[in-house]
Design a protein around this ligand. Structure first.
Ligand SMILES: [Zn+2]
Length: 330
């Protein structure tokens, strides 16, 4: 065990806007952390070079040579197949199609590399080192500009037939609802994400509803964000409170579906939008309780994510270690 404690992995969290890289030990402690912007519009080779640069900075910061790294885990935004190591497509990385990202990293860094979806990586981070420790059946949800998720069944991340499982943000909630980035209508994230909240607020303001929201957005309706609405709600603005409760309602509808399908013991909720707290989550939990089967909803516990922005990088590192057959110090 003491020997295994020395096994260091390199975790990489590749998002559409940022790259986070860290040297991680089996206890989930980060020996270093490097963050940089993703040059998404500059194309694939520029992004890959940025990942490599970030990896080298993270190694240097930790005082570790690449030869001392046991394995590498990459959590990447988009639909990927962990077994084949291929990133099929990524909404935030234009031009990426069927990229063998695992093999590219393996070749350039000379270490065994494993690829997983970023939300699944975040779920694993919370599972091994955060709010879902000791849970066997749990679901991780990130409420942010979109809605991501990861499903752990019987202690293992569930990735499905080709690795595309866990895309909870794209379950249909309203078949006539708003058009989603994925092309479908009324996906969960078109109704219950931060983007959806801001969009609805802008719509209501343009309709002429009385609200103080604009004063928190420098008078510019295009600057209305979920954070702005949260600020206005904290100061008692009626529309802001109503829209957050509406968003919470839709969060709850999706949670009810997940509870009925998976009967999880725990649902961990993270992402920037969840920082709104009770104003959003109380209506969500209420609706989930009303709509899901009573027995299943009574069996589920809700918890806030604990690892914040590090969940993905820690989960990617842990995934690599587990795929190499090594234990973690959970
Ligand atoms: Zn969608």
């Amino acid at each position: 065990m003491s020997e295994d404690l020395g096994l260091l992995t390199l975790g990489i969290d590749l998002g559409g806007s940022k790259i986070l890289t860290a040297v991680v030990n089996p206890r989930g402690e980060m020996l270093s952390s490097d963050e940089s912007m993703t040059p998404a519009t500059k194309g694939r080779e520029a992004v890959i070079q940025s990942i490599l640069d970030s990896a080298h900075r993270a190694l240097k910061q930790a005082g570790v040579a690449i030869s001392e790294i046991y394995a590498i885990g990459v959590g990447a935004a988009g639909i990927s197949n962990p077994e084949a190591g291929i990133l099929f497509t990524s909404p935030n990385l234009p031009g990426w199609r069927d990229v063998p990202l695992r093999d590219i990293m393996q070749e350039r860094l000379g270490k065994r590399t494993f690829l997983i979806n970023d939300a699944n990586a975040a779920a694993l981070g919370e599972f091994y080192f955060g709010a879902a420790r000791r849970a066997r059946n749990f679901i991780y949800i990130t409420l942010s500009t979109g809605i991501g998720g990861g499903i752990v069944i019987d202690g293992k991340i569930y990735t499905g037939a080709i690795g595309a499982a866990g895309e909870v943000g794209h379950m249909t909630i309203d078949d006539n609802g708003p058009i989603c980035n994925c092309g479908n209508r009324g996906c969960w994230e078109t109704l219950a994400s931060g983007t959806a909240l801001a969009k609805e607020a802008r719509h209501r303001i343009k309709e002429g509803v009385r609200t103080s929201i604009l004063t928190y957005a420098e008078g510019d309706v295009e600057r209305v964000t979920a954070q702005v609405i949260h600020n206005a709600a904290d100061q008692g603005d009626g529309l802001a409170k109503e829209l957050i409760a509406r968003t919470g309602y839709y969060v709850g509808v999706g949670l009810a579906n997940l509870i009925n399908i998976f009967n999880p013991e725990l649902i961990v909720i993270g992402g920037g939008l969840s920082n709104i707290g009770d104003m959003l989550l109380e209506p969500a939990f209420k609706v989930a309780g009303e709509r899901a089967y009573k027995e299943a909803s009574q069996a589920v516990r809700f918890a806030s994510a604990e690892l914040g922005r590090n969940s993905g990088v820690l989960g990617a590192a842990a995934f690599a270690l587990r795929e190499m057959g090594k234990p973690l110090c959970e």
